[in-house]
Design a protein around this ligand. Sequence first.
Ligand SMILES: N[C@@H](CCC(=O)N[C@@H](CS)C(=O)NCC(=O)O)C(=O)O
Length: 232
Amino acid sequence: MAEQDKVILHGMWASPLTKRVEFALKVKGIPYEYVEEDLSNKSPLLLKFNPVHKKVPVLVHNGKAIAESLVIIEYIDETWKTGPQLLPEDPYKRSQIRFWAGYMQQVFEAMLLVVKTIGEAQEKAIKEVSEKVKLLETGLKGLFPDGIPSVDEYSKNVTLLDLVIFAHFGGYEAQEEVLGLKFVDSEKTPLVVSCITALIEIPALKESRIPHEKTVAFLKFLRENALKSATA
Ligand SMILES: N[C@@H](CCC(=O)N[C@@H](CS)C(=O)NCC(=O)O)C(=O)O
């Protein structure tokens, strides 16, 4: 990295969208400063850097701001040639990685609904997540026709999609513990599960994922709020 490179990530610790970018910086070995944002009281800097969406993550590289997690990761991949190439060279493969990474936003939104609703609405959201994750499984079948590679092989070929999957499902044990249900399942979605279990073994990802207890506490907090507003 050039001497003048200064990289700052504005994020929120529990935000999977922030985690996507953190994982990209970590697997590529890019040093950065981290600024924690209070999303209930956004800093003037965050509003200045992301005036359109006013959301995290935002990456600031030598004073230039980039918003939107997928745009940021592509920027990182194009700017730093160290570590794995997150978008494959082959245009078709690249298009598929982009497609499924974009699709993960829908999965995330359905997962959030499961956390934030109760009763029938929650049941509907659970069904939606299950259907969406099954579709993701078909996507992974196309991307990994010979199955998930060994951890060694995988760590050299981690893609944008892997980082996104890991950001949303890396805390699957905590999700199971708090919600009492499995978003991913080794019988129904074996490739998604193998993908997550292989990614956990990659040191840069293992070290930077949110500790289990913190995820449990955060999900419990969201769940309690959902239950409180349902009974208010
Ligand atoms: N499409 C955006 C979504 C970012 C996003 O939703 N960030 C959330 C945290 S996970 C946020 O900043 N929420 C604050 C708000 O909505 O005011 C991306 O991929 O970066």
